[in-house]
Design a protein around this ligand. Structure first.
Ligand SMILES: [Zn+2]
Length: 293
């Protein structure tokens, strides 16, 4: 019988739970608000136990411990959501549902979803960036999701502020980081409206695409991905893509020459899985945990 894999996409505002198979088919999906962990975590563990899953893959909001050898593995670390700070998320899930579990960041699992089931299938080095209420990047190199000291927080790379920028960074830690300059709240603070209501404003997207292109140039020279995927609410503004590609090429300035870079329309692309990249990445993470058990 095919294994039943549980998938948990743990976001800062909502939890998405699903049961599916390793081929990426989803049988059932529900969501719950991200209330205090003592309430929602046992409820989620019960849900998975009742579904009879064989393994679970969890993609968690961060920063969070992703190194299995570290004492903080599976813990949520510093977060403004105080009830979650230091919380042993993975340990409490295991208490309620004792099956093999894979655990990674929400952006890493989205990257894994695209690399397993989506537009990056068959590639082993991929960067997935989400631009929404925050900015995060999931990074796969050589088929493995990148961790390290903690995990990449590539939404906080420092960028050059455009002289045309009428606003400023909204990141409490950095006055010129990517997230502070280009995430949804920054757009709203700068222009007084949400991205979705600024569609026809060329100056908004010129500036936004400049920041995104700067970030992509940095990721390409550091991580050397075979494809870059852009998701998140801000990237629903499809007019951004040609602007990003054009500015990215200008910033890279022919420094690298590869077949991928010859075809930027296929290299810098929107997410391909109809917003299911995160939950499908969790399925693959759970499949890997089961295979390793
Ligand atoms: Zn920052």
């Amino acid at each position: 019988m095919a294994a039943r894999i549980g998938a948990l996409e743990a976001g800062g505002t909502k939890m998405v739970l699903a049961v599916g198979s390793e081929d990426g088919s989803i049988e059932e999906q529900v969501s719950m608000p991200t209330v205090e962990p003592d309430r929602v975590v046992p409820e989620m563990a019960d849900w998975f136990r009742e579904k009879g899953v064989d393994a679970i893959g969890i993609g968690a909001f961060g920063p969070t411990g992703v190194n299995p050898k570290s004492p903080d593995y599976g813990h949520i670390l510093f977060t403004p959501k105080l009830a979650w700070q230091g919380y042993d998320f993975l340990g409490k899930m295991r208490e309620g549902c004792d099956v093999p579990m894979g655990y990674d960041t929400d952006v890493n699992v989205a990257c894994l979803g695209e690399a397993t089931f989506g537009c990056a299938r068959g590639l082993d080095s991929v960067v997935y960036i989400t631009i929404g209420t925050g900015i995060g990047a999931g990074v796969m190199i050589g088929g493995e999701l990148v961790h390290g000291m903690l995990h990449p927080e590539a939404g906080h790379i420092l960028l050059n502020v455009s002289p045309d920028d009428p606003g400023k960074s909204v990141c409490p830690s950095h006055n010129r980081c990517f997230e502070g300059l280009a995430a949804g709240p920054s757009i709203e603070a700068r222009w007084g409206a949400k991205a979705v209501d600024l569609q026809g404003r060329d100056d908004v997207w010129e500036l936004e695409s400049d920041y995104i292109a700067q970030a992509l140039e940095n990721y390409v020279v550091c991580y050397s991905p075979q494809k870059i995927i852009l998701g998140g609410g801000v990237m629903h503004q499809e007019q951004l893509f040609p602007l990003i590609r054009e500015k990215f090429a200008r910033y890279l300035n022919n420094y690298l020459r590869t077949p991928e870079l010859e075809d930027l329309d296929s290299y810098i692309v929107p997410n391909s899985l109809d917003e299911k990249q995160g939950i499908l990445g969790c399925i693959e993470l759970g499949r890997r945990a089961l295979a390793a058990s």
